[in-house]
Every structure is written in C-alpha cells, then in structure tokens.
Design a protein around this ligand. Sequence first.
Ligand code: MN
Length: 293
Amino acid sequence: MTTTNPLGVHALVWVGDTSPASVETAVARTKAAGFDLLEISLHDSVNLDVPAARTQLEEAGVAVACSRGLAFDADVSSDDPGTVARGEKLLQQSLAITGDLGGTHFTGALYSALGKYGAPLTQAGRRNIVSVLQGLAKEAQGRGMTLGLEICNRYETNVINTAADALRLADDIGEDNVLIHLDTYHMNIEEDDLVRPVHLVGDRLGYVHIGENHRGYLGSGHLDFTSFFHALADISYTGPITFESFSSAVVARGLSNDLAIWRNLWDDGEDLATHARRFIANGLAAAAPRAAA
Ligand code: MN
C-alpha cells in the first residue's frame, strides 16, 4: 500500500551503532520492510562513514533523516557560555553530516540534553537556545534543509514538553524552516489527547514519530492511533512519519541509557518493523478523506 507521506523507521530498530557494516544492514532492512526513509541518530556519528553511508542509501533508493539530542556538557540551554558553545558546535557538525548524507530533515532535541533536568529552564538558557537555533536555521536554509523541534516529555527535557511550548519557541526563533516534530510517545505523557496538538501545530508540523506508550509494537499499548491518524488527515499532513521503537534487544551506547531503555519489548526487529509499516499505512488509508458515497 502506498502512502502520500514518506514512511520512515528509526535505525535503532535494526542496529545499535553506525559503523559501515551496521549502516549497510540498516539500509537493507529498511528497504526490505518497505520503508521510504531511514532515520539515523547522530549520537554515534564518530563511527559514521558519511560518504559510504550516502552511497548505500542512494543505491537502495532509501531517503535519510537525522536526529539527535545534545549532552549535559554540550547544551545550548545552559547558562554557561562554554557549554553553549560546545552544544552549538555539535549542532553545526550534525547539520553538516545530515546534509552530506543527502538528508533535508535534521530534528530531535536540538535545544537541550536528553535527560532529566533538576530545575526549570532559566531565562538566560532560553535566550541561548533562541540565539543558537536562529543561526543554525539560517545555515540550514542555505542548504535547503529544515530543523525539527521534537517535543519531549518532562523526564527528557525541561525546554518544550507540549505543542504550545514548541510553537512559542519556534515563534521566538522566527525562522520559517524551523518546524515542529510531534511524537506520540511523548504526547501520551504531556498532552491532553493526540488530536488537539496536531490541530494546534497545523501546517507547521514538519516531522512525526509514531511510537507506542511503552515504545513497543504499535497497537499493543493503549494509544489512540485512530484519532491521531484522523488528526493528521485533518491538517493534510504530507511530511515524514517515522516509526520509533526501542528494546533492550538492540542497545546503542549512550542513547539507550538516555532514553531509559531497560526492558525487552521485542527481539525481532524485522517482524516489528514489517508490522509497523502495515499498521501505519492502514491507519493513514483508513483516515484519508474520501468522497461521501
Ligand atoms: Mn521521538
């Protein structure tokens, strides 16, 4: 079943690192499972052979998007200028890698570390985020790329936990290529439902993560995906929809701990992803507007 939206899968469904052999495996399995796009987390970018990965992606006809969070010692939401500068450098390097891979979407927690903060965001920290992301957005604009602000739950950031928070931050950054990234896993924790945030964001939605409440098989938890797919249809969303799922069966050094992946939700990534591809395509098809009989 074909869809209007490019359908993606997070590389951590397949492999825990981005060594050349792992990227080759991830690209091949992404294609075999019928996805259009592979999302690569750049937390492991020191091991990524960018030209080789680009060739593998192009030869397979698989598109790419990149995501990341920052780190507590390289964090643009900090009050400390040195920490902010390290965060800014990480963002600039990651944007360049995304572009060099052939990607147009660079998204994630681009505004803070991924982890539990012990205090609210400060005003100075917020000003630092706005200033750094204004510059990064201009760089991205020059390369025909968009930035996504992924809204994460309170245990993973203190910057933006809701769609309303994210829209205020994007307004303050004030660049047209800074878009909102909704993730059903985080929405389940922070939003009133899975519909109103989609309507609120509307045509500023640029990227979507589909994940269950426990990050396992779609449909095995309690999330109301029917309503979510209807809401995406309401706003005529045509951007990428990427399946995100994590299990202790595939471990990425650093990222798995940042995301608190302690449980085994699945062992067979191929079965999981094939099921997810079908689940998302069916949900979108059922929600698509159609003429009254
Ligand atoms: Mn996500």
